[in-house]
Design a protein around this ligand. Sequence first.
Ligand code: PHE
Length: 332
Amino acid sequence: MDLKDLKNRAEKEISLAQNLEALNEISKKYLGKKGEITLVLRSLKDLPITERKKQGQLANQIKKQLEQAINNKDFKTKEDVKDRIDITAPGTRPLQGHLHPITLVKKEVEDIFAKLGFETIEGPEVEDEWHNFDALNIPKEHPARDMWDTFWLKEKGLLLRTHTSPVQVRYMEKNNPPLRIIVPGRCFRYEATDASHEINFYHIEGLMIDKEISASNFKAIMEKFFQEFFKKQIKLRIRPSYFPFTEPSFELDLECLVCGGKGCSVCSKRGRIEMAGAGMVHPNVLKAVNLNPNNWQGFAFGMGLDRLTMMKYKIDDIRLLYSSDLRFLRQF
Ligand code: PHE
């Protein structure tokens, strides 16, 4: 029996063993009661004395070495180490998404208006000419159409809505007053971009129709809203303006909260920022949805949701809101 060969075989098998079960088999095969080494040791007695001594020493040595190799066998492969979980190690926080600042502000605005009795309504971003213009007292060829630089679609009479006001019309076509709604939504205008203008932006429309509604209701609601939204008294300025679908029409300005009224890129150095167009709903709009202007009146406003977001978080460029820049977005 070639003991060296036996040793080599055994060592090779030990090194290749994948698990404890396989290792036990090997141990049995070589070191067990009928194991190969055991048999060698047992057969020593048949050898001549000198040979017996030499073989005996060698066999015992190999036996020890194999026992050691089996005891020291470590099944740790690289994979095992990777898979092992150290439950005491500090964890890594999984990346979690969060809401965009415009969405945060939209939700907050909705909540405040809900407390004032306004329901949140949505409408389509692709509009038809009737709802975006005609029903709002802006017939074709009316010069006021130029106020809204429009993205027209190839389909006849369809466009990307230039404001959320068409949803006023859609809602009044289906619902009878008294009513109070707000309509947050995306609008599109074909115009040059700068720190406070984007070709797509968010408006929030407001509409309140009831009996004996006047401009003072509008003022009271807006004062209440801004106070809740900014958690402090805000200086509002209401000045006369023009919109075809309101009469009289107003523009609502806010002291610029980005610069505190000193003048910056957001307010074009004016210290104030236009927050909303508004007015008393024009009788022609009421007539377009079959309401009698002698019985019903109301106010409407369209407020810039982006600008509101910029004032709230002191963001000095509207384009940041649409930039997808994670360094910016991670701050909210
Ligand atoms: N829709 C107007 C705009 O695009 C804002 C507005 C809404 C004005 C409602 C009056 C009433 O600026």
